[in-house]
Each structure stands twice: as C-alpha cells, then as structure tokens.
Design a protein around this ligand. Structure first.
Ligand code: UDP
Length: 257
C-alpha cells in the first residue's frame, strides 16, 4: 500500500546516519532527533514503524530471519540499551546516546497530547493496560486515547484487532507485547493500519501502570538497568545471558573488519 512507501524511502534516505550491528541497522541519533522524526511522520501523515533495538533483540535477530527483515524495513531503529551503545563504540561509530523505549514512549505521549494526535494502547494484561491508560491520561492532560486492547488473544482475533485499530485511526500506536511478538504483529498488519507511528514498547505499560518500578536514574546512568531488572525479575537471567554472546559477536565483527 502506498502509505508504506515513505517508511522504506525514509529508511534508505537515512542509511548514511545508520550503523550496522551484527548486520542490523541502528540509527545514530539522539532521543530528541528520534522524536523529531516521529513528529515529521505525523506531519507528513506517513506510516512509520519504530523499533527500539536492544542487544537481546539484535542477537535474537541473528537466528530469526523474520525479525531481521522487520528491523531492516523499519523506518526508525533506536539504540535501546547499554549493550547497543557499547557495540556502536566498539565498531567505531558511536551512537550519541541510549534512546530507551520507555523514555521514547513518554516523550511521544507528551507530544501527542500537545499536538492532539490520537493514541491507541495495545498490549499487556487487561488490568495493567487499564492502569497504564489511566496513568497516561493523568500525566499528559489533553491526551486523546481512541482505544485500547490487551495483548492476550487467540490467533483468530488478530485480524479483528487490526480492524478495530484502523477504525479508530490513531496517529500513535503503542504495542506492548514483548519482542518479537509486537514487531511481528506490527509488520504483519501494517497494510491494514492507518498512516500512524507504530512503536513496540515491550514492558512499558507495566512501568507506566506502576506495576513494575524502573531502575533509579543513577542506575540507568551507570548503564546497569539490565542488572536491576534481573535482580527484580530473576526469570530474565536466561534472556540476559544473550548480552555477553551479543558483545562477543560484535567483537568478532570488529576483528573481521
Ligand atoms: N505481553 C502481551 N501479550 C503476550 C505476551 C506478553 O501483551 O502474549 C505483554 C506482557 O504482559 C508485558 C509485555 O508484553 O506487559 C512484555 O514485557 P517485557 O518486559 O517482557 O518486554 P521486553 O523485555 O520484550 O521488552
């Protein structure tokens, strides 16, 4: 569909400002510049898939061709996590800063409220979703929430959900179902979606709702948020084991050059 062309064109046009980590593109930009790109998509009424890429996702994409293709096609890929920031430094093309998915989501909500861009919340458990929407409305006065849907459904409901979202015509679609489910959903249904900015925000609704606490800012600044998350949710340890494997693979990429 025509509304997807600008997404691809944007990706190509910005290729110069992108680096490649384990073959995946990552945009070299600040959080402000990322928000600027998002606001431009709103202004131009184009579809923009934003991927907030962390080390785990990039490493996962080396074994998941579908995820790799989705990242390749995304109009904007931000460096979400200290692993990606370190990798960019090792490769000699440092990204200016970490652009965390949660911070990007908050900034988008702030701008959406200011610019009267309608928002759809999709994902998380029903009670978390409800709390997250309520918290967003409280935090960003004037925010127009055109709909919400939890992230637990059967395959047969998927298309109906895409229809529901397209009818509500959001300009900002936040999809919080974890990696890679959220990215695959956005990609699969992009032809049915209106020209909006669609972002996979992982566990961000859990944080927004107050169910999960984010690491203190000094821990974030020290690049240790991943460690804090493991300490709070030990079930993440297995996934975090990908971080050293990711860095090792990046070192191999450096050596090969
Ligand atoms: N989730 C969902 N549907 C699913 C599986 C997960 O909506 O089928 C939600 C889950 O309730 C949680 C989020 O997706 O709110 C995943 O959070 P996590 O922190 O694991 O995301 P990631 O680390 O992948 O960014």
């Amino acid at each position: 569909m025509s509304n997807h062309l600008p997404d691809k064109v944007n990706a190509k046009k910005n290729e110069a400002a992108r680096i490649r980590i384990l073959g995946r593109p990552v945009d070299c930009l600040t959080g402000d510049a990322a928000v600027g790109r998002i606001m431009r998509a709103w202004k131009e009424k184009t579809f923009l898939h934003v991927v907030t890429a962390n080390a785990e996702m990039i490493y996962q994409s080396t074994r998941d061709g579908e995820l790799a293709a989705i990242i390749e096609e995304a109009g904007l890929v931000t460096a979400d996590g200290i692993g990606v920031v370190l990798a960019s430094r090792l490769l000699g093309r440092p990204v200016p800063e970490r652009v965390a998915g949660y911070d990007l989501m908050l900034e988008c909500l702030k701008q959406a409220a200011r610019q009267k861009v309608p928002v759809f919340f999709f994902g998380a458990r029903p009670e978390v979703l409800q709390e997250a929407v309520a918290a967003a409305v409280r935090r960003f006065p004037g925010l127009r929430v055109v709909g919400s849907r939890d992230g637990y459904f059967g395959e047969e409901e998927e298309e109906g959900i895409a229809h529901l979202i397209s009818q509500q015509k959001p300009g900002l679609l936040l999809v919080a179902m974890g990696v890679p489910k959220q990215e695959k959903w956005i990609f699969r249904f992009r032809d049915m979606l209106p020209p909006c900015v669609a972002i996979g925000v992982g566990g961000s609704f859990d944080v927004l709702s107050g169910k999960v606490r984010r690491a203190p800012s000094w821990v974030q600044r020290a690049g240790l948020e991943w460690l804090y998350r493991i300490a709070r949710e030990p079930s993440r340890l297995k996934r975090a084991a990908n971080l050293p494997l990711f860095l090792l693979s990046v070192l191999l990429q450096v050596l090969r050059r």
